[in-house]
Design a protein around this ligand. Structure first.
Ligand SMILES: N[C@@H](CCC(=O)N[C@@H](CS)C(=O)NCC(=O)O)C(=O)O
Length: 384
């Protein structure tokens, strides 16, 4: 249990956490154990200070309780809290191990900032604290991904290692490969894991042959984690199904909704340009005017292909109801922590965050509480 949760339950801990904050100087040596504790405590303090109970306490404290009492209670409780540092220690060690497995790699994400597939990949990298650089690809000239001879879509992830460069394509495949690599904590090397996701030729409904990776949505479990599917349900099964649903269904509802009218399309492009590297440039202006026009026209075609209702919002609401229903009373699809399905659905919806379509979605579905929980979980991981 984090200090923050304890503090929330027990007013004495409020004092204690404040004491710890006071005791942790801003200029602790970066990278040391002490520094890591300081980071944890500051993070807990930050979260704590956003709670109502904290503001009530801090107001009453300001009202003037005795200094002596405060010093004694802070000191006693400060000592008491040392017991919890041990737990933080273990967590830190685990985190250090996680970070170490990326030490010899240089990871680069070639992306469009607002593409849902790229957002999905980026969210995964951020949540699992994989150090990476991102390169924004020019949507027309694509000179940044010239190295990729056949595959011209984004995201592309390159991983430079001692053995050379690995080039990974397709958001879900990238996530599964990296997820499996982390699961095995570097015990299996990356080339071996990539080879565990082979391409197979299949024939689609129209009789055309295509290459697919059959286990694309699966994290390959360690022997010890495997469950007997005759007696238990494998949580990876649900995770894989919802990840597939995100790619096959949810993601296709985004463009028709974001670019539903020219006005909405223009607002979306203005918002994206504001966030991206073309802000304040002539390319940004062209993107706003003509990009919005192009996407508005394209979204009409996408609507015909992927949407059932005349009002595209209804399809989006329906999809979110479906997700909410499957979540039930669970905090996340992954239980107490987000799993890859949570991160994928979140990332795809995140593309609309700040736009009219997202406001409508929040008003017409019960998606907000879960969405905010995932957002918070990602932020917490990043502030670690
Ligand atoms: N299945 C791929 C789909 C990737 C995809 O369609 N990306 C779009 C951007 S959202 C793309 O690059 N389209 C080609 C283009 O923009 O020229 C994935 O999951 O990564």
């Amino acid at each position: 249990m984090s200090l923050c949760r304890l503090a929330y339950r027990n007013p004495h801990f409020l004092r204690c956490t404040a004491f710890l904050k006071y005791r942790c100087p801003e200029n602790s040596t970066p990278g040391t154990k002490h520094d890591q504790h300081v980071i944890c405590i500051r993070r807990d303090y930050r979260r704590l200070s956003q709670t109502k109970r904290f503001s009530d306490w801090s107001r009453s404290e300001h009202g003037g309780s005795g200094n002596k009492g405060r010093t004694i209670s802070m000191s006693v409780l400060g000592l008491f809290s040392l017991a919890f540092w041990r737990k933080e220690d273990d967590k830190e060690e685990e985190k250090e191990q996680d970070i170490k497995i990326w030490d010899d790699f240089k990871v680069t994400l070639y992306q469009y900032q607002t593409c849902p597939f790229c957002t999905k990949t980026r969210t995964f990298l951020q949540y699992y604290q994989v150090p990476f650089e991102s390169v924004e690809v020019h949507p027309i000239f694509k000179k940044e991904i010239k190295f990729s001879e056949k595959y011209k879509k984004v995201p592309i992830l390159t991983i430079d290692t001692e053995d050379g460069r690995h080039e990974l394509q397709d958001s879900s495949l990238i996530i599964s490969i990296l997820g499996t690599y982390m699961k095995h904590r570097g015990k299996r090397n990356l080339s071996e894991i990539i080879a565990s996701y082979p391409e197979t030729e299949i024939m689609d409904e129209d009789g055309k042959t295509k290459q697919v990776v059959l286990n694309k949505y699966w994290i390959i479990a360690e022997q010890a984690d495997r469950v007997d599917t005759k007696t238990e349900t494998d949580p990876r099964q649900t995770e894989a199904e919802w990840r597939r649903w995100t790619d096959d269904h949810l993601v296709h509802l985004i463009s028709p909704n974001v670019y539903r009218t020219y006005r909405e399309a223009y607002q979306a492009f203005a918002h994206h340009v504001e966030l991206g590297k073309f802000k304040g440039t002539w390319e940004g202006v062209v993107a706003k005017v003509f990009g919005a026009l192009a996407m508005w026209l394209i979204s009409k075609k996408l609507k015909k292909k992927y949407c059932q209702s005349d009002d595209v919002r209804l399809d989006l609401y329906r999809a979110c109801h479906e997700w909410r229903k499957a979540l039930g009373t669970k905090k996340f699809m992954g239980g107490e922590q987000p799993n890859l399905a949570d991160l994928s659905v979140y990332a795809v919806l995140n593309v609309m965050d700040g736009l009219v379509s997202f406001e409508d979605l929040e008003q017409n579905t019960k998606i907000t509480s879960w969405y905010r929980r995932v957002k918070q979980a990602i932020q917490d991981k990043q502030s670690l």
